[in-house]
Design a protein around this ligand. Sequence first.
Ligand SMILES: [Zn+2]
Length: 309
Amino acid sequence: MNRHYGRRALGRVLGGLVALAAVTPTVAAPNGRPAAWTQAVEPFRIVGNVYYVGSRGLASYLIVSPAGDILLDGTLAENAPLIERNIARLGFRLGDVKVLVNSHAHSDHAGGLARLKQDTGAVMLASQGDRWSLEHGRHLGDNVFGAGSFPPVKVDRVVKDGEAIRLGGTVLTAYLTPGHTPGCTTWSLPVSEAGRRLQVVIPCSMTVAGNVLVGNRAYPNVATDYRSSFARWKAMKADVVLTNHPEVADVLGRRRRQLAGQPNAFVSRGELQRIAVAAQADFDREMAKQVGAKLRTGGSQTAKGGRGG
Ligand SMILES: [Zn+2]
């Protein structure tokens, strides 16, 4: 359950799509989706060779190197042209994008990947846990909001936990942090900024977002996975945290402070831990609620949608 929406309010809107968001901004478009998800925002360099090319409400990160670029997340299917324009506005070539990676296989982060893959000719790398979802264009696991479908994208190669993608001096490492989805992947890379080495971490979404935590038939280990991922995030070293939903780490607020002359606006040690602790508290509350509901009904909690819905 998204903590910014009541259950009834969510029922009125688009089911899958809004519900799978990590944090829902306040203003919704007529179709029920947060308007910020499709709003253009000026692309910019964050730190080192990492750039922001997403919309106002959904992040897409471009990591550039002399041997080609890596694009992380495609956001919504309809945002692919917006991301492509942002790449061009920064002076980079779409054809230089050689690798596509994904935080997790949900429509608001993976929806644009099929089109971006076609337009760039890049290879799609993803975790085994999210491969099925990416290739079928739907959430895997029982979720009260359903499958949240999106254009499927072929995964060219599976990335394992701890595996590094090396391209032109950039080393981007994958850390599997399942829970939000079975293959939720946190990405991390060192960058050089003003002579300093900074560790950038792009954590996968940590919210429950409608996932059935008790008796999830399609994803039985979901709760155990969440707990081990929280422990992992809390132990991870991060100087700069860049989230899939930019507001979670105040990415665009930091950009404003960067423009106002704060050179270290993006450096925030302890930020990843703060986000993980808050998300774990939400998870614990939701878990208690679901356990309570199950005890009251005396039966298994069944999802309306999930893999088959
Ligand atoms: Zn998600």
